[in-house]
Design a protein around this ligand. Structure first.
Ligand code: DAH
Length: 346
C-alpha cells in the first residue's frame, strides 16, 4: 500500500509538472481526486485495512491529497500566466504603425451631371419618369410624328433588335408613354440611356439624354424660354447668354435649337491669347438643347385634344453637357473606367 502510494505520488507530480494547459490539469485532477479518482478509491478502501494500520495510511493518503491539490493549484497559476504572456505577445498591436487607408468610391461624372440636371428641374416642380430601353417602332417613331419613310428617320441610326423592336434612339418615346397613361397637367423629366449606331471621339453607341416636357391647358413658348434659360444659367453660369434658333423636329412645332455662350471663350470665339476657340469652333456659341411646342399631331396619337391642351418638350445630351462643363474632349473617357480619369471627380 505504501509502495503504491509512493509511485502514485511520483507519477502524478511528474504529470503535473509537464502539463501545459488548463484542460490537461483538470484531467489530472479528475483522474487523481475526482469521485472515481485513484486517490479517492484508496481513501475509500481505508475501512478495509486492519484498524492499527488505518491512522498511519490515512495520514499519508491525506498528506498526498493535500500535496496534489497544492501542486495542481500552483501549476494552474503558472499555466494561466504563461497563456496570458503568450496572448500579450501574439496579440500585440503597434498603435504607432500607419493605418490602412480606406478606399472611397466616386460618383461617376455622368451621374454627377444627371443628378445636377434632376436637381435643377425638381426645383421647378418637375417629376421624374422612366421608360424601357428596348422600344417598339410605334413609341420611338410613329407616335412622335415620324412615319415610316419619313426622312427624319435618317437622322438616327437605329439598332434593331428582333420582332421589329429596337433600342430607343432617344428618350422622347417616354413622352408618349407618359401621356398615354396620364392626363395633364404634366411636368416631367426623363433621364436615361439611348442608343445609336455611331462611334467616334464625340459619339458613343450608348449615351444619355434627359428629356423634359410640360403639358397643361395653356402652356406657351414663353414658358419654354423661361424654364430652359433658368436651367442653362443654373447649370453653366448665371452670366451666360442663351439664344433660341429656329429648327425642325417632327414632334414639335415650332421647334428650336438652344445655344449657350461658349463656356471656354465666354462667347468671344477667340480663345485665350487670340487663338481660335476649338470648343465652339470660333462661333462663340454651343448648341445644347433641342426643343419646341409639342406638335398637335403627337397629342392626337395619345388621345389629347390639341384644342384644349398645349405643351413644350425638350431633349439634351448628358455626355455633351458633361464634356463642356468639365472640358473633356473625348466621349470614350466616360466608358473606359480608367481610375485616373474617374478620380478627378471625387
Ligand atoms: N429627341 C431629339 C433627339 O434625340 C431631341 C429632342 C428635340 C427632344 C426636341 C425633344 C424636342 O423633346 O422637343 O435628337
Amino acid at each position: 500500500m505504501i509502495d503504491s502510494l509512493d509511485s502514485l505520488r511520483e507519477e502524478m507530480l511528474a504529470r503535473i509538472e509537464q502539463s501545459g494547459s488548463e484542460a490537461e490539469i483538470e484531467q489530472i485532477r479528475v483522474e487523481a481526486l475526482g469521485r472515481k479518482g485513484r486517490l479517492t478509491l484508496l481513501l475509500r478502501g481505508l475501512k478495509d485495512l486492519p484498524s492499527d494500520e488505518r491512522p498511519r495510511v490515512g495520514e499519508q493518503l491525506n498528506a498526498l491529497r493535500q500535496l496534489l491539490e497544492t501542486r495542481l493549484q500552483d501549476r494552474l497559476q503558472i499555466v494561466k500566466a504563461q497563456q496570458k504572456e503568450k496572448a500579450l505577445r501574439e496579440e500585440f498591436i503597434d498603435v504607432t504603425l500607419p493605418g490602412n487607408r480606406g478606399e472611397s468610391g466616386h460618383i461617376h461624372p455622368l451621374t454627377l451631371v444627371i443628378d445636377e440636371i434632376i436637381d435643377i428641374f425638381r426645383g421647378m416642380g418637375f417629376e421624374i419618369a422612366r421608360g424601357p430601353d428596348i422600344e417598339d417602332d410605334y413609341h420611338n417613331f410613329e407616335a412622335l410624328n415620324i412615319p415610316k419613310d419619313h426622312p427624319a428617320r435618317d437622322m438616327q441610326d437605329t439598332f434593331f433588335v428582333s420582332d421589329g423592336r429596337l433600342l430607343r434612339t432617344h428618350t422622347s418615346p417616354v413622352q408618349i408613354r407618359t401621356m398615354e397613361s396620364r392626363k395633364p397637367p404634366l411636368q416631367v423629366i426623363v433621364p436615361g440611356a439611348v442608343y445609336r449606331h455611331d462611334d467616334d471621339a464625340t459619339h458613343s453607341p450608348m449615351f444619355h439624354q434627359v428629356e423634359g416636357f410640360m403639358v397643361d391647358g395653356n402652356i406657351a413658348f414663353s414658358d419654354l424660354k423661361g424654364v430652359l434659360t433658368h436651367f442653362l444659367q443654373r447649370m453653366f453660369s448665371e452670366k451666360a447668354g442663351v439664344r433660341f434658333r429656329p429648327s425642325f423636329f417632327p414632334f414639335t412645332e415650332p421647334s428650336a435649337e438652344i445655344d449657350i455662350q461658349c463656356v471656354i471663350c465666354s462667347g468671344d470665339g477667340q480663345a485665350i491669347q487670340q487663338r481660335y476657340c476649338r470648343v465652339c469652333k470660333g462661333s462663340g456659341w454651343l448648341e445644347i438643347l433641342g426643343a419646341g411646342m409639342i406638335d398637335p399631331g403627337v397629342f392626337k396619337f395619345v388621345g389629347y385634344d390639341p384644342e384644349r391642351v398645349s405643351g413644350f418638350a425638350f431633349g439634351m445630351g448628358v455626355e455633351r453637357i458633361a464634356m463642356l462643363k468639365y472640358g473633356i474632349d473625348d466621349i470614350r473617357l466616360f466608358f473606359q473606367n480608367d481610375l485616373r480619369f474617374l478620380r478627378q471627380f471625387g
